[in-house]
Ligand binder design. Sequence first.
Ligand code: 0X9
Ligand code: ZN
Length: 429
Amino acid sequence: MKTSLLSIVLLGAAALPLTAAENISYSQLLREITSVEQAPAPEPSVEKISIPGADAGRYWVTVKAADSRARTRLLEAGLDIVEIAKDSVSGYAGPYTMGQLSNKSFVVTSQVPLADYLGKMNKDFPSQDAAYHNFKETTDLLKEMAARNSDIASLFSIGKTVEGRDIWCLRINSAAKGETPSAKPGALYIGNHHAREHLSNEVPLLFAAYLLDHKNDADIKKYIATLDIYIIPMLNPDGAEYDIKNGSYQYYRKNMSVNSDKSRGVDLNRNYDSWWCQAGASNYPGADTYCGPRAFSEPESQAVKRFVEARRNLKTHISYHTYGSEILYPWGGTDAEISNTRDKQVFIKAGDEMGKLTGYRSYKSSEMYVATGDSCDWAYAAGGIFAFTFELEGRGFYPGAAIITNAVTKNIKAAVYLLSITDNPYKVI
Ligand code: 0X9
Ligand code: ZN
């Protein structure tokens, strides 16, 4: 739970008159984040990690896997792949997946009870990560941004989560507000499909602050006047909140649905209707890669579906995840190449350009592993949207607050680049 950053920002903001001319300052936000980053470490504490089922046979495992095909089979066995090496992968496995790994022809080279593994990890603690924004802080900040920039910004909920939280969308458009349609080319940025990937909320949230703070810069002004920009920083607030409950990280990936077997959660990035629940997904509810009972079974993915289908003007999209310093483009659900060669060239060229701006490697999603039900595959297939998955930087899901400024700064460059081609993505080829 962070108190310092937002309260400083909002207390500071409250002292100002609420006029359209006043902005939540992006640079102020970054300064505050930096000051939180540099704050002295709190009292050393014994980390209390409570993993769902940690006592019931969850392991950190390393399994031989020489290529993307082998990695896909492991996803299907329910393995929550976290690290990919040349000949192996490592990740989390619960009792079901441990059974699959022993029954099938997998070679497990190491398995460490999760509690032991986490106990040995040198990672940051939530109190040191105060600069990250939880759901309330994100909500307050988005409301403040919209209120202070009512000439160009509006905020609305695209739907409710399993637990009834709003999925907020900040829209930046000089003419249309709220859910009013627009014919201008649209760009969509979504963070936090996966609960524990908190940096994927910060990047789009701070990108929104940046755009509003720079609304009078010539290039940004032009994009705001000519484009329809949507930013949904927190698609899975239930999961994100669960992941930080009790002030300790839960290593939680999915949403908070209660499954038929009473296990929790569907993997939202396996729940879209793109070869749903085929390769790289598990139909076992307890698995971290569980695809759900049917495509779009989840209110969060349904909300994205409704949102995208109602906005045929959308041309470009980034879905933020962590981690890996990668930019991925379709297909992710099949080894096949996309059939439209011009589109493929756009993906390659735009991906490379954003790769230069971030230092990330851009390549076809399925080369990482084939995984079906992926949001970006669906967005491209359903709407012809140039949809990129960004695996942001950092080693681990909890890279600490010190990573935010750099990650945000370089990713704003890539996000602005995407705006620059949204009027006509084909101009890049
Ligand atoms: O597996 C995922 O959903 C993404 N990785 S993460 O570590 N953030 O969970 C990658 C999605 C890329 N898409 C495909 N390879 N289909
Ligand atoms: Zn993810």
